[in-house]
Design a protein around this ligand. Structure first.
Ligand code: PLP
Length: 415
């Protein structure tokens, strides 16, 4: 019996979601499209298996094939990033960070992490998180030009004597000098953690600085630029291996999601291919086209532009709020997210900015020419944000363009 025959309601919702993905321009920088091979592994029988523990040391019988899969995922991740130790069990990016803190810190320890509105992530010590109640997070900010200010970071490190210095961001578009951060940490006796959730794919391809061989611990998601299944991963120096493994299981999680780990293994194989390097280069080239045109059209680019896959844009000079821009673009078939800009004076639910990126469109095969067209549509949609007919017209154009870049051909949930 197919899914559609058994549960039409779910099947129809999935079919609609598939069509939404096919017919729209997905520009949320944390999203991507996994390959059909990754999708197949994700929907495999590995989801049926309990495998608490690690390869070769499980608390359940029958794990021999699961061990093969998980060991392969680990070996490939080591290969990609040059890691000494890898744990592929974290369920997502947030739990990977919580496990990393648990592995390295005691309650009350001081951590230096970037402020959310300056590009950090909630899990880097925002007061709404549980971690912020356990550890003493001190939050640093970007400088007046909006850039990461390592001299200020050093001063704060000297002042606060943190146990851990945390870098790696969600809405920051510039390169990070990990070697310099490590020097600062060494000067004050701190450990170092990088959260490369957004940029892991670019690092894997050698298109951005790699902290893995320098830092104590590096966490990531596997579903953003790395283009794997929704999940997390921790890489660390051998000296932290035991603490990391214990923190993930049994510290934080129970049975690992081995279907997701199988999909991670497949995605890591893809990331090791020469084609992935071409893909990562194109992600950056595409972002540069958006940067150039949107700047020409009068948008204010935070951090003065981009070195990676994303742009954080202050849209208020165009007479709209981030929320209004997001809604208008949505109506035009272009999906982005509203976002705070550094020291935003507006509220999180209606901030000054939008954040957009190129990983998903690049996966679909779009290049510079399409980016030029899309930048124009973004500008037009924001200028005409109150004109539903115009937005509908752009949506039609968007749909036409997407037809030339097929997504999951042959896939259907309607039979
Ligand atoms: C996306 C992201 C996370 C969280 O990942 P989830 O999979 O959503 O839990 C953590 N850190 C950074 C920097 C991120 O961008």
């Amino acid at each position: 019996m197919t899914l559609h025959e058994y549960d039409e309601t779910v099947a129809i919702a999935l079919e609609k979601e598939l069509n939404r993905q096919r017919e729209g321009l997905e520009m949320i920088p944390s999203e991507n499209f996994v390959s059909s091979a990754v999708l197949e592994a994700l929907g495999s029988v590995a989801t049926n298996k309990y495998a608490e523990g690690y390869p070769g040391k499980r608390y359940y019988g029958g794990c021999e094939h699961i061990d093969t899969i998980e060991a392969l995922a680990i070996a490939r991740a080591k290969d990609i990033f040059g890691a000494e130790h890898v744990n592929v069990q974290p369920l997502s990016g947030a739990p990977a960070n919580i496990a990393a803190y648990e592995a390295l810190l005691n309650p009350g320890d001081t951590v230096l992490g970037m402020d959310l509105s300056h590009g950090g992530h909630l899990t880097h010590g925002h007061p709404v998180t549980q971690s912020s109640k356990i550890y003493n997070f001190i939050r640093y900010k970007t400088n007046a030009e909006g850039l990461l200010d390592l001299e200020n970071l050093r001063e704060m490190a000297l002042q606060h004597k943190p146990k851990l210095i945390l870098v790696g961001y969600s809405a920051y578009s510039r390169e990070i000098d990990f070697a310099r951060v490590q020097e600062i940490a060494d000067e004050v006796g701190a450990m170092t953690m990088a959260d490369i959730a957004h940029i892991a794919g670019l690092i894997a391809a050698g298109e951005m600085n790699n902290p893995v061989q320098i830092f104590d611990i590096v966490t990531t998601t596997t579903h953003k630029t790395l283009r794997g299944p929704r999940g997390g991963m921790i890489m660390c120096k051998l000296k932290h291996a035991k603490a990391v493994d214990k923190a993930v299981f049994p510290g934080l999680q129970g049975g690992p999601h081995e279907n997701v780990i199988a999909a991670k293994a497949v995605a890591f194989k893809e990331a090791l291919q020469p084609e992935f390097k071409v893909y990562a280069k194109q992600i950056k080239a595409n972002a540069k086209v958006l940067e150039r045109i949107l700047r020409e059209r009068g948008f204010k680019l935070m951090f003065n532009g981009t070195d990676n896959h994303l742009l954080l844009i202050d849209v208020t000079p165009k007479g709209v709020s981030g929320h209004e821009a997001e809604v208008a673009l949505d109506k035009a078939g272009i999906t982005v997210n509203k976002n705070m800009i550094p020291d935003d004076t507006r509220k999180p639910l209606d901030p000054s900015g939008i954040r957009l990126g190129t990983p998903a469109l690049t996966t679909r095969g779009m290049k510079e020419a399409e980016m030029e067209q899309i930048a124009d549509w973004i500008d037009q949609a924001i200028i005409n944000h109150a004109d539903d007919a115009k937005l509908e017209e752009i949506r039609g154009e968007v749909k036409k363009l997407t037809k030339n870049f097929p997504l999951y051909p042959g896939l259907s949930y309607s039979k």
